[in-house]
Design a protein. Structure first.
Length: 399
């Protein structure tokens, strides 16, 4: 008998080129009257904020009550608090998130803070994680639409908000089935201008979600279906999106893969060692989350092979790796890791963190952060293996 599981996907999804034009009508259907658009300064410079805000000019309702752009990398708690304060100040009753994972997670934090009447989001995650599930989790009646401008986190549909605590220098998690958006709008036209490097490492974030979901002890046929299709799409479309960012089909496929990857990841959540390392190193050294996942993924698979061996044949097939009938699982795993390193190389990603000048002292702090990260609760990693991974990702600076 399999243990009880649940598969949650409460977000309605609209997709396609120029699907952003639907946003005012979608908000009106949700009963919104005063919408705040949340994004960041980089997307303002790229013209994305103007493209989206203009949609409201010809709409009779709802009103665009304000635009908030001071959102920092990693969804810092101070950003969440300031954004929530702004939303209250302008009398917002609805939230529109336009951006990458940092913006989307920040707005989830804003939604939760407004619903609970919080002035400081850190107060609900003092130990790094808040996990609320049915039946204790309650509906949050704040209309919320999310539009991703990267294909990586899938945060537009996930029930997880990852928020950086500046005091502890750690990333915390709020997990609640109602903090995800009511509607996700996947418009590939808003991703065509994404630089190649960001396209690559956000794509590897989506790939890591899918692979960790596939390897999870809590995986089911439902999560495997989403994870495997996400892996197939990423293997096919990520190199194209990196080399030809104007390819709308590849951009659309990557948005689908990102969404499916996080859906599988969220619903199979258990052993996530790659994310464990990425959270810890990203928070300490301010390494972008997708880049951290890209570097750690093949390394962790080498150091913790037993986690990936049970489904390695399925993974290899999804990665388009040729295998022979006589090959054992260990050989297939090596081929799959080699394929991941090849994909790293093809998309211009580094294989280590030499650019960040990690020191021996810094790695010692990172080792402790890996042990304390909320991800370690379900799957603690032995200290000697944490050290082994650290040496592989920062070999140049360690004597």
């Amino acid at each position: 008998m399999q243990a009880l599981s649940q598969f949650i996907q409460r977000t309605v999804i609209y997709s396609g080129a120029n699907s952003r034009a639907l946003i005012p009508d979608l908000f009106r259907g949700l009963g919104a009257k005063r919408v705040v658009l949340f994004s960041d300064r980089g997307l303002e410079k790229a013209g994305i904020v103007e493209k989206v805000s203009k949609i409201f000019e010809s709409a009779s309702a709802p009103e665009l009550a304000g635009i908030y752009l001071d959102i920092s990398q990693d969804a810092e708690s101070s950003s969440v608090n300031s954004a929530a304060s702004y939303a209250r100040k302008v009398g917002a009753d609805a939230l529109l998130a336009v951006g990458g994972g940092s913006v989307l997670d920040t707005v989830k934090g804003v939604k939760y803070a407004m619903h609970k009447g919080l002035s400081d989001i850190k107060t609900v995650i003092p130990k790094g994680i808040l996990f609320e599930q049915f039946p204790d989790a309650n509906h949050i009646p704040i209309p919320h639409i999310a539009m991703p401008t990267t294909a990586g986190t899938g945060s537009e549909v996930s029930p997880i908000a990852v928020i950086f605590n500046e005091n502890t220098k750690m990333k915390g998690n709020i997990i609640n089935p109602y903090i995800s958006s009511d509607i996700a709008v996947l418009d590939p036209e808003l991703t065509v201008g994404l630089p190649a490097a960001i396209t690559a490492y956000t794509g590897f974030d989506a790939l890591t979600h899918a692979i960790e979901a596939l390897a999870s002890p809590n995986a089911t046929a439902l999560t495997d279906a989403h994870a495997l299709q996400a892996i197939r799409l990423i293997e096919q479309s990520l190199p194209i999106a990196v080399t030809n960012g104007e390819n709308i089909h590849a951009r659309m496929e990557m948005l689908y893969a990102s969404l499916m990857g996080i859906t599988a990841f969220s619903c199979a959540l258990n052993a996530i060692p790659v994310h464990n390392f990425a959270h810890a190193y990203g928070a300490l050294f301010r390494i972008p989350h997708g880049l951290a996942n890209a570097v750690f993924l093949p390394v962790v698979m080498e150091v913790l092979p037993d986690l990936y061996l049970p489904k390695i044949t399925d993974l290899a097939c999804a990665l388009n790796v040729r295998t022979g009938a006589s090959e054992d699982r260990e050989e297939i795993l090596k081929k799959a890791i080699k394929k991941l390193r090849l994909l790293q190389h093809k998309t211009g990603l580094p294989s280590d963190f030499s650019a960040y000048s990690l020191t021996e002292e810094g790695l010692k702090h990172a080792e402790k952060a890996v042990e304390k990260d909320p991800a370690a609760a379900a799957f603690p990693i032995p200290k000697e293996l944490i050290q082994a991974v650290g040496l592989k990702v920062a070999p140049i600076h360690i004597k």
